[in-house]
Write a protein that binds this ligand. Structure first.
Ligand SMILES: Nc1ncnc2c1ncn2[C@@H]1O[C@H](COP(=O)(O)OP(=O)(O)O)[C@@H](O)[C@H]1O
Ligand SMILES: [Mg+2]
Length: 389
C-alpha cells in the first residue's frame, strides 16, 4: 500500500515561501491532480515528494514510512517532466533503460522483458532505436513515460507532462494517460496549471494558491460546491461571474435586480450546503456567484416564474457550440453563455434568467463560500479532503 501523506509541509527559498503548510493524504492507486496558477508552489510540492528539494518543515510519509529525509533514489518514485529530460545522444531504448542498468538491480533479461512490456503498453516499439531528435514531442513524452514505467515505481510524479504538446495531441495523450492509469493503477500525483486537464484526469483535484491548498475534492464537487471565491473562479471556463449584492430577508439585492435565494424561509444558513463556516448576517454585503452557463436569455414564449435580470451586451463571441456574451449588469461585468445563432447584437439589452439551483454566495471580504443553492448530497460519505490531525 503506497498511501502518501504530507503533513504541515513547508518550503522556503530565502524570503520566498513556495509551500506554506500543506496537509494532504494521497490514497493508494489514486490519480491525484494538483492544479493552480503559475508560481503557486505545485512543482515545489512535487519535488519535495520526489526528494529533489529538502523540506523547511513538515513530514512526508510513503506507505507508512517516514521519507522526509530519504534520498530520491531510495523513495521508489518516478518523475515525468514537462521537458521530457531525455538524453539526446541515446536511443529511446537506452533512455528507458539507463537508470535500471546503472542501478545494477536488474538482470539484462529482466530489463529486456520490462522494456518490451512498456513498449507494448505505450505503443512505442518503433521508437526504441531512434534518438530523441528523430521523435515528435508526443513520441518523446511517451518514451519518458516508458522510462518511468519500467521502474515499476510506488508512485508516478508528473509535472505538466503535456504542456509542451499542441492542443490536439494534448487531448489524445490525456486519454492515454487515463487509460495507462486504469491499466497500471499506480498512485499518481499530476501537476498542471490547466483546469480542464485537472478536471478530466483527476480522481480528486487539489486546488492550490500561494503555497496553500484551497480545496481538495472530486472534480464535479469542486465545480458544484467551491469552498471559496478562488476555487469558484479558477474552476470552470469562462469563469464564474461575481456580482456584488446585499443579502436581506433571503434575497440577493443588486442595484439592478432583486432575486430570491432558494432555501426555504429567511436567510441562507451556513454549512447546511457544505459551504464553509462563515455565517451571513442580514443586510450583509456579499458576492453572488453565477456561472455563465447557468444564465440564459429569457424566452418570452415560456411563462417563467423567475425574475429576470437586464443585461447590456457589450461584445458577442460566437464559439460555434454556444454564443458567449460579454455584458454589463448595471456596473457589473458579466458573461452569459447563450444558445448559438441567437440574433443578438452588441449594444442590445437582453433579459436574462438563471438556474435557481446554481447560485453561490461568497463573503465579500474573505471570499469564503456562505451558501450554495443546491443541496450537497450526503456530505458524510465524502472522503476527508484535508487532514485534521
Ligand atoms: N530553486 C528556487 N529558488 C528560489 N525560488 C524558487 C525556486 N523554485 C521555486 N521558487 C519559487 O517558489 C515559488 C513556487 O514555485 P513553483 O513551485 O515552481 O510554482 P508552480 O510550479 O506552481 O508554477 C515561486 O515563487 C518560485 O519563483
Ligand atoms: Mg511548475
Amino acid at each position: 500500500m503506497t498511501t502518501v501523506t504530507l503533513q504541515n509541509l513547508h518550503k522556503e527559498f530565502g524570503d520566498v515561501v513556495a509551500v506554506n503548510g500543506i496537509d494532504l493524504e494521497i490514497n493508494h492507486g489514486e490519480f491525484l491532480v494538483i492544479v493552480g496558477p503559475s508560481g503557486c508552489g505545485k512543482s515545489t510540492t512535487l519535488r519535495l515528494l520526489a526528494g529533489l528539494e529538502s523540506t523547511t518543515d513538515g513530514r512526508i510519509e510513503m506507505g507508512g514510512r517516514d521519507v522526509t529525509t530519504v534520498e530520491p533514489k531510495d523513495r521508489n518514485v518516478a518523475m515525468v517532466f514537462q521537458n521530457y529530460a531525455l538524453y539526446p545522444h541515446m536511443t529511446g531504448r537506452r533512455n528507458i533503460t539507463f537508470g535500471m542498468k546503472s542501478s545494477g538491480d536488474f538482470t539484462d533479461e529482466e530489463i529486456d522483458r520490462r522494456v518490451t512490456e512498456a513498449a507494448d503498453t505505450l505503443d512505442i516499439a518503433d521508437l526504441l532505436d531512434r534518438k530523441p531528435d528523430a521523435m515528435s514531442g508526443g513520441e518523446r513524452q511517451r518514451v519518458a513515460l516508458g522510462r518511468a514505467i519500467v521502474r515499476d515505481p510506488d508512485a508516478f510524479l508528473m509535472d505538466e507532462p503535456l504542456s509542451n504538446l499542441d492542443a490536439k495531441l494534448r487531448i489524445q495523450m490525456r486519454a492515454e494517460l487515463a487509460r495507462l492509469h486504469s491499466t497500471l493503477e499506480t498512485t499518481t500525483v499530476y501537476v498542471t496549471h490547466d483546469q480542464t486537464e485537472a478536471m478530466t484526469l483527476g480522481e480528486r483535484v487539489v486546488v492550490m494558491n500561494d503555497g496553500q491548498i484551497m480545496q481538495v475534492d472530486e472534480p464535479q464537487v469542486l465545480y458544484d460546491f467551491p469552498e471559496n471565491r478562488f476555487v469558484a473562479e479558477f474552476i470552470g471556463d469562462p469563469a464564474m461571474n461575481m456580482i456584488p449584492v446585499d443579502v436581506k430577508d433571503g434575497r440577493a439585492i443588486h442595484e439592478t435586480f432583486d432575486i430570491p435565494l432558494p432555501s426555504g424561509n429567511g436567510q441562507p444558513k451556513s454549512n447546511q450546503n457544505g459551504a464553509g463556516d462563515a455565517q451571513i448576517t442580514d443586510g450583509q454585503r456579499a458576492i453572488l456567484g453565477i456561472r455563465p452557463e447557468d444564465l440564459h436569455l429569457s424566452d418570452p414564449q415560456t411563462n417563467d416564474e423567475l425574475p429576470t435580470i437586464d443585461a447590456e451586451v457589450n461584445v458577442r463571441e460566437p464559439l460555434g457550440d454556444s454564443l458567449l456574451l460579454h455584458c454589463s449588469i448595471g456596473n457589473t461585468s458579466c458573461n452569459i453563455q447563450a444558445e448559438p445563432r441567437m440574433p443578438i447584437t452588441a449594444g442590445e439589452t437582453v433579459s436574462v434568467t438563471y438556474d435557481p439551483a446554481r447560485l453561490h454566495l461568497f463573503d465579500a471580504e474573505t471570499g469564503e463560500a456562505f451558501y450554495h443553492s443546491e443541496l450537497r448530497q450526503s456530505t458524510d460519505e465524502q472522503a476527508p479532503s484535508k487532514l485534521t490531525t
